[in-house]
Write a protein that binds this ligand. Structure first.
Ligand code: MRU
Length: 360
């Protein structure tokens, strides 16, 4: 993505003993960078959601582990760091996928080589994420092109939920990659951006990204999408995902399931974009995906910028009310029109997934 006209990734190395990220809790009001020096730093920013999005926390976990190897390259220390980082967020499988891949690349290697090997593997994970998302972009672009042709060049309206863009990955995004490519190809586009309560990743992050790239968009309350679908103002939905099970069920940000139901009722195609690092082949059904329960404060409070520029957090509920806050829900495969991956688009079925990834 371009920040101030300059192509920038959402994670970068600082020498060979630190890495940088944007503090996503400060967006869209301020673009603040953080430099991380240890696995503990990485765990802290994942927990606090200063960094977030399934593929990006995988890359942050990988660099965090690489930094821990600098301090102690023993098998025990590697296993402990993997465990500590893996526990930070439970739903996105990309984090565990990256950590297990790092561990696999390090154990059984000579201790003296582990520091360099770990750094190189983390860089490989980040670079591969960029390549996978670029391919997802091209594959999703074909679907948008078909809709644009069917509409004889009229504006294609796409609805998205949460943030599955550049900020949620190393670059390009998953759900937003096809949107960026369609925009760059000159297709007339408009994106309905679900605000995505309670943390507002849509209003704060997706809208920020789309605005920076010059993509026409409108932020809507989470409850408005169904209305626009009934009104014929949504041509397709594209969302990202934190974990897809072997049968094609999809975990994504809370509220995604309701959008899929509304899309089904209105014959609006509902696509999910994902790199293969998001597929959990060990689970046969979305019912087995652990759903993160987050702090009630995210529901009971809201943050925003005052006119004087200061950012404040305010209570929005009566004192004493309780809140529940599941971070994700599961959209059953039967509601998904197609899974857009780096190898192409397939049906959300075991056969569809295995057709594209026979050996994984
Ligand atoms: O809790 P978050 O903000 O990390 O949740 C992110 C999402 O739900 C995204 O849609 C998902 O990670 C896909 S990322 C390309």
């Amino acid at each position: 993505m371009k920040i101030g006209g300059k192509h920038t990734r959402s994670i970068w190395t600082v020498g060979e003993d630190a890495f940088g990220i944007f503090d996503q809790t400060r967006l869209p009001h301020e673009l603040v960078t953080l430099t991380l020096h240890s696995a503990e730093d990485a765990a802290r920013v994942i927990r606090s959601m200063q960094t977030r999005g399934a593929p990006l926390i995988g890359a942050v976990g990988a660099y965090g582990l690489a930094l821990s190897v600098r301090e102690d390259a023993s098998d025990d220390a590697i296993n402990q760091a993997v465990e500590m980082l893996a526990e930070t967020r439970p739903t996105a499988i990309n984090l565990k996928w990256a950590l297990w891949r790092m561990r696999g690349a390090l154990l059984n290697q000579p201790h003296g080589k582990r520091v360099a090997l770990a750094w190189a593997e983390a860089q490989k994970i980040a670079d591969e994420d960029v390549a996978m998302n670029e391919a997802i972009g091209f594959n999703g672009l074909k679907i948008i092109e078909t809709i644009a042709e069917q509409k004889s060049g009229e504006t294609v309206n796409i609805l998205t939920h949460c943030n599955a863009g550049w900020l949620a990955t190393v670059d390009y995004g998953t759900a937003l990659a096809p949107i960026y490519m369609a925009h760059d190809a000159g297709i007339a586009l408009h994106v309905w951006v679900d605000e995505t309560r309670p943390r507002n990743q849509g209003a704060a992050l997706t809208a920020f990204e789309l605005g920076n790239h010059g993509v026409n968009h409108t932020i809507i309350a989470d409850n408005a999408g169904g209305h626009y679908m009934q009104d014929g103002q949504v041509d397709m939905v594209i969302v990202g995902t934190d974990r897809v099970t072997a049968n094609g069920d999809v975990a994504n940000k809370i509220g995604t399931y309701l959008k899929a139901l509304a899309a089904k009722d209105n014959n609006v195609p509902f696509y999910v974009a994902l790199p293969s690092s998001t597929i959990d082949w060990t689970l046969q059904s979305g019912r087995d995906i652990p759903i993160e329960e987050r702090s009630p404060d995210e529901v009971l409070k809201m943050s925003g910028r005052l006119q004087d520029g200061s950012v404040v957090t305010v209570d929005i509920a009566a004192p004493g009310s309780r809140a529940a806050n599941p971070g994700f829900d599961v959209t059953p495969a039967r509601l998904v029109t197609g899974l857009i991956t780096e190898r192409g688009t397939c049906a959300a079925t075991p056969e569809g997934l295995r057709g594209l990834f026979p050996k994984d």
